[in-house]
Ligand binder design. Structure first.
Ligand code: OSB
Ligand code: MG
Length: 436
């Protein structure tokens, strides 16, 4: 079953597919990833087991050095301006970074768990505990044939904690890429040389304040403008922006689970505003009610929080619970799971785009690499460093040109930017290191 074939058709919507340099895109480095559930063998011992599921990358393409040390750091960074969504407001980030080291190489990962469990059940503190106590010990001293073997090792008999698992898994991909002297984008099978960027605007106190933010975002060049909404700050706010920016502006709304199915008649008022999509209107773990809501809306529903695995993405498609998927690699457990979702959505004709979680420049690098895959056909929430921070933790910082494009550093190893160790040291509020 397909998603109903209704790809977003907003006027002037840029796609990633037309963005590469002239010439044929390079062939993907990996084989297609199927929706095979990893077969959890008996025993809970660390290390990869046989029959752990499909292989995302031919291991010979990127062997993983033996993991000798895993460093955890919590850094605290002030946001340039507070960010408000329906479930809370934040003015700074407490970001958990992980660094895997082995055989003279290193790989960095960023955990996207929030300070509070108001987006998913995880938080900076639960992820710290999960990584230190249960997950990191499974990788230490191990030799994996490739980074695609890391997810099954982390997932076996550990339920949930996707963001904690992803921080390690994505660091392992980065380590494999750096050890091989290749870019992460290339290793994942990315094809785009540059990506269209969208911005996510927090809830404002008045429609006029939101109009001012949206106008500034358009001036800056953003190619998609996402407006956070909640009951009481929705239709009037979005309508004001539509009137000011005009019928061509690529607008969407994100409710972060603030509505109930009974609100369907109210949400249907958004239909006349020609949004590209409405993101996660109903509960964070719901599919069935989203399917009913989608039947009552013309606007495509895009799911974020509800898509926690390839299986949930397949369920969304089978149920008609949405027509677009926001892929956040941290939310689904890392790159292997993201690749599986990307591939199954591509087969079903469902477009995907890369969401953001107010990452530092490290997480942004992972997202940029992933978003260069071919079915990422809508602009991602990939704002440049300047939108969030006075100063980022990578060198050079992530930049966006005046037309709303960000370059994929395909010619440089790993995420393609240098991690600024002294900057991180200065921002660190907690540190731990585990050795094999
Ligand atoms: O729902 O996409 C979301 C940030 C925190 C929690 C949830 C979300 C977001 C964003 C931020 O929208 C997007 C960005 O990183 O710029
Ligand atoms: Mg969202």
């Amino acid at each position: 079953m397909t998603a109903g074939g209704q790809a977003p058709s907003g006027p002037g919507l840029p796609t990633a597919g037309d963005t590469g340099p002239a010439g044929t895109p390079p062939a993907p480095a990996r084989a297609a990833v199927g929706l095979t559930a990893g077969s959890a063998g008996p025993g809970a011992g660390p290390g990869p087991g046989p029959g752990a599921g499909v292989t995302a990358v031919a291991p010979s393409l990127a062997p993983l050095p033996r993991i000798e040390a895993i460093e955890l750091r919590e850094i605290r960074m002030a946001l340039k301006e507070p960010f408000r969504i329906s479930s809370g407001i934040q003015s700074h980030r407490r970001i958990l970074l992980v660094r895997l080291a082995g055989e003279g190489a290193e790989g960095w990962g960023e955990c996207v768990a929030g300070e509070l469990p108001n987006y998913s059940a995880e938080s900076t503190d639960t992820a710290w505990l999960a990584i230190r106590e249960w997950l990191a010990p499974r990788l230490l001293g191990q030799r994996f044939a490739g980074p695609d073997e890391v997810w099954p090792a982390l997932d076996r008999n550990v339920r949930g904690h996707n963001m904690a698992k992803a921080a390690l898994e994505m660091a392992a991909w980065e380590l494999a890429a750096r050890a091989a002297g290749r870019s992460l984008a290339e290793l994942l099978g990315g094809v785009s040389a540059r990506l269209p960027v969208g911005v996510s605007l927090g809830i404002q106190d008045s429609p006029a304040a939101l109009v001012a933010k949206a106008s500034a975002a358009r001036e800056r060049g953003y190619r998609k403008i996402k407006l956070k909404i909640e009951p009481g700050s929705d239709v009037d706010f979005v309508r004001a922006v539509r009137r000011e920016l005009g019928p061509q502006a690529p607008l969407m709304a994100d409710a972060n689970s603030a509505y109930r199915l009974e609100d369907a008649p109210h949400l249907a008022l958004l239909d006349e505003l020609d949004l590209l999509m409405i993101e996660q209107p109903l509960a964070w773990d719901d599919l069935l009610r989203h399917a009913e809501l989608q039947r009552r809306l013309r606007t495509p529903v895009c799911l974020d929080e509800s898509i926690t695995s390839p299986e949930r993405a397949a369920d969304m498609i089978a149920l008609g619970a949405g027509r677009i998927v926001n892929v956040k690699p941290g939310r689904v457990g890392g790159f292997r799971q993201s690749l599986a979702i990307h591939d199954l959505c591509a087969r079903a004709g469902v477009p995907v785009w890369c969401g953001g979680m107010l990452e530092s420049g490290i997480g942004r690098g992972h997202n940029v690499a992933l978003a260069s895959l071919p079915n990422f056909t809508l602009p991602g929430d990939l704002s440049p460093s300047e939108r969030y921070w006075d100063r980022d933790v990578v060198e050079p910082e992530w930049t966006m040109d005046g037309a709303g494009w960000i370059d994929v550093p395909r010619g440089r190893p790993g995420i393609g930017v240098t991690v600024d160790r002294s900057r991180i040291e200065a921002l660190t509020v907690r540190r731990d290191e585990l050795r094999a």
